[in-house]
Design a binder for this molecule. Structure first.
Ligand SMILES: Cc1cc2nc3c(=O)[nH]c(=O)nc-3n(C[C@H](O)[C@H](O)[C@H](O)COP(=O)(O)OP(=O)(O)OC[C@H]3O[C@@H](n4cnc5c(N)ncnc54)[C@H](O)[C@@H]3O)c2cc1C
Length: 712
């Protein structure tokens, strides 16, 4: 077993991470991992403003990936599905369980749904699907039916009031109904709802059943802790499912388990589930996690009896707020809203680091951007007497087998890099997909792989966890293509004690072997008239360079990682199918990796009688990449890769700008995109125009035509 696992990226854990980012000496030693189903954790205080449309998602979220990076803690983005207390394992969806030595739970809650209320309504918690449901509703906003069809909110508490008032701001003319149990709301709030033209429908649960069936709506009917907590045999409250804790925030009877926020309740001082208490629990939780990991005595925390709550609302389009403490209520008043806004913005601003591009320039990039530049590589190969490997490179080598064994080429390649991400499973998967792509680019199926995994110098149990996760990640990439991990070696790094997060100290290299199905696709088989097709957008290099200073938008990194983690072996199969119909359909192919599109295009252009015309504006970029390049962000490998711009000067590649001003920032960003190093980058193929047309016209085709080949 190893390390501390923080399950859930709730308010308490976000603040614990913030404390360790600001005061690294307080962070416990060893492997620390935070697991969350999303990389962005919504801040509850701003949720009504988000529903009302006055905040965007990023303004109301904590970027957990960046926060974990700052705190030197590993982030695993995954759905937790269960807890195996006996084996000290947190079970995850579609990937192996995580072992822990100590576990802290801050998972929030889900809307409790009474069977009496129809299943047709969408629960407000978890928030992400509820927000997606509201966005779907928005799509019908300009239709007549939308303004006629009432939308209902079911619930008798403050969350229901805040939600329905925020919806009034979002949809000024749509009929809104609040269904609640009789006598639950303060008359002040009832008046505010009436002023906002919300129809109040006080009904019994039984009556609600029939009325709820008719229209779309949200359920704000209280909350309960995730069901799998009770299934794991932890001591939970029978109704709410919240985990019962001591005043130290340790789970009763489980000294190595801690819990805080809505998913937990302290036996001695029970408080209602609320973001305020999740925030207040953060400091005592952090202190006790630090003490427990260091073997020091824990402290008891006695929460205040009551907390002030600020409830946001809207009147005639203007924001206002109420202050509530116990049964007392003050407001509504615009000044209270300004106070609430100031508190909320201060909370979110705490997590945003001040950005400096210089610090990104000083930090060498990881992933495939950690490759040696082309110039020293070529020079070293020359000195070693193997010049052809530099001047005539293929993506994979054909093994010099005895022809008697068979005529189909057997191919081999090797690739690897220092961990790009702090999640060892994902890192294993990305490295394996990146290595396999060398074989796919030659028209070969991957059959087997061997891995060399270098682990950081740390205790054995942490090394065991890191290795197990890494190998599982590698296998997750190999198994679906029918390839096997047939061997390998492990090493322990000898560059001193590893820095946190320890998972970033893992280095994986894979040798992959496979067999070309018919013919080996060469890099340099370009023919005049060919079209160049790219299988996915560029930009991973700059996104991960900017991520080192927190400048890459979280949603853009999510999309980049989703693309990188998607295997391209299906594309190989598609091309092989095409080849059975049209032999020699693929004239040339490669994959875009460390040297960027232009660098690899240069390797394809070995025939001096040919040139490539690139359609600059058609070259696809990952969301966020071009704007970061425009701002001056770049991978640390980019300066060396810019050597390939000489292809533009010597006429080997002609870049069509269409309507882009040559002196503009847009043009400069495009030039930078062409030399951006890629991890798990696209395949690039050169094919006849009718084959290109065939590939592009397929449903959901990933191929983009980025240029063509011409005689010089
Ligand atoms: C409309 C609305 C408005 C509200 N307004 C306020 C307010 O103004 N002030 C206030 O104090 N409270 C408010 N609340 C209540 C507040 O949202 C919660 O009390 C608060 O978010 C609880 O914080 P937490 O840290 O316990 O968990 P959460 O903030 O819910 O965070 C839990 C985290 O764990 C992650 N997670 C959960 N399950 C899993 C899983 N299985 N696998 C992986 N990750 C998981 C989630 O993605 C989430 O990031 C509001 C609630 C609603 C519905």
């Amino acid at each position: 077993m190893s390390g501390l696992v923080l399950a859930g990226g709730g308010h308490s854990h976000a603040l614990v991470l913030h404390r360790w980012a600001m005061q690294p000496s307080k962070r416990p030693r060893g492997l620390i991992t935070v697991v969350s189903r999303t990389s962005r954790a919504l801040y509850s205080g701003m949720v009504p403003g988000l529903i009302a449309g006055i905040y965007q998602r990023d303004q109301a979220s904590v970027d957990l990936r960046d926060l974990a990076d700052q705190a030197c803690v590993a982030l695993v983005v995954a759905e937790i599905t269960g807890l195996d207390i006996q084996n000290q394992q947190l079970q995850l969806d579609q990937r192996p369980a995580l072992t822990y030595e100590r576990l802290s739970l801050n998972l929030g809650a889900e809307t409790s749904i009474s069977p009496a209320i129809t299943a047709g309504l969408v629960p407000i918690k978890p928030l992400e699907p509820a927000l997606a449901f509201l966005s779907n509703q928005d799509e019908q906003m300009n239709t007549k039916a939308f303004e006629a069809e009432p939308f209902q909110v079911v619930g008798s508490g403050l969350a229901a009031v805040e939600t329905v008032l925020a919806l009034r701001q979002r949809w000024p003319r749509r009929p809104l109904v609040l269904r609640l149990r009789p006598g639950c709301l303060h008359p002040v709030l009832i008046r505010a709802l009436e002023n906002a033209e919300v129809q109040i429908n006080e009904t019994s649960e039984h009556e609600q059943t029939e009325q709820c069936q008719t229209t779309a709506g949200l359920l704000c009917t209280g909350s309960k802790a995730p069901h799998w907590l009770a299934d794991s045999d932890l001591p939970c409250c029978p109704n709410s499912g919240r985990i019962r804790t001591e005043m130290s925030l340790q789970v009763i009877g489980y000294p190595k388990l801690f819990a805080a926020g809505d998913c937990a309740v302290m036996d001695a001082h029970a408080r209602a589930p609320s973001g305020v208490w999740a925030v207040r629990a953060a400091k005592p939780l952090a202190r006790n996690l630090e003490a427990a990991c260091a073997g020091r005595p824990l402290r008891r925390w006695r929460p205040q009896r009551q907390a002030l709550q600020l409830l946001g609302g809207f009147q005639d389009g203007e924001p206002e707020a109420w202050a509530l403490r116990g049964k007392r209520i003050l407001g509504p008043h615009p000044l209270l809203w300004r106070w609430k806004t100031a508190i909320d913005k201060r909370f979110i601003a705490m997590f945003q680091r001040s950005r400096s591009m210089n610090s990104s320039a000083a930090m060498p990039c990881r992933g495939c951007a950690a490759k040696l530049p082309a110039a020293p590589l070529e020079s070293a190969l020359q000195q070693a007497g193997i010049t052809t490997l530099g001047t005539n490179p293929e993506d994979a080598a054909v093994l010099p087998l005895n022809p008697a064994v068979g005529t189909t080429p057997v191919l081999q390649s090797v690739d690897g890099f220092p961990a790009l991400v702090s999640d060892p499973w994902l890192n294993g998967r990305l490295t394996a997909l990146h290595a396999c792509s060398d074989l796919w680019a030659c028209g070969a199926r991957v059959l087997a792989a061997q891995a060399v995994v270098t682990l950081p110098q740390t205790n054995e149990s942490t090394q065991e966890t890191l290795l197990a996760q890494t190998l599982a990640g590698i296998r997750s990439a190999l198994n679906p293509q029918g390839a096997k991990l047939i061997g390998g070696h492990t090493l322990e790094a000898r560059d001193g004690l590893a820095q946190p997060p320890l998972s970033r100290g893992v280095q994986v290299a894979l040798s992959v072997s496979g067999q070309a199905v018919e013919t080996f696709w060469p890099k340099s088989g370009l023919q005049p008239g060919d079209r160049l097709l790219l299988s996915r957008p560029l930009g991973t290099g700059v996104l991960f360079a900017a991520a080192m200073t927190g400048a890459a938008p979280a949603a853009c990194l999510d999309l980049a990682l989703e693309q990188m983690g998607t295997s391209q072996h299906h594309l190989l199969e598609q091309l092989l199918d095409l080849q059975t119909e049209h032999p020699n359909a693929i004239h040339a192919a490669t994959d875009i990796t460390g040297f960027g599109l232009l660098g690899h295009l240069g390797e394809m252009l070995r025939n001096p009688g040919l040139k490539v015309v690139l359609n600059g504006p058609d070259t696809p970029a990952l969301p966020g990449a071009l704007s970061l390049l425009e701002k001056g962000y770049a991978s640390s490998l980019a300066p060396a890769n810019r050597r390939a711009w000489s292809l533009l000067d010597n006429g080997s590649v002609h870049l069509q700008l269409v309507d882009i001003d040559p002196g503009s920032k847009t043009n400069q960003a495009m030039l930078e995109l062409l030399v951006d190093p890629q991890t798990c980058g696209p395949l690039l193929i050169s094919v006849e125009p009718d084959i290109a047309q065939k590939l592009r016209s397929k449903a959901q085709s990933p191929w983009t035509e980025i240029g063509n080949v011409q005689l010089r």
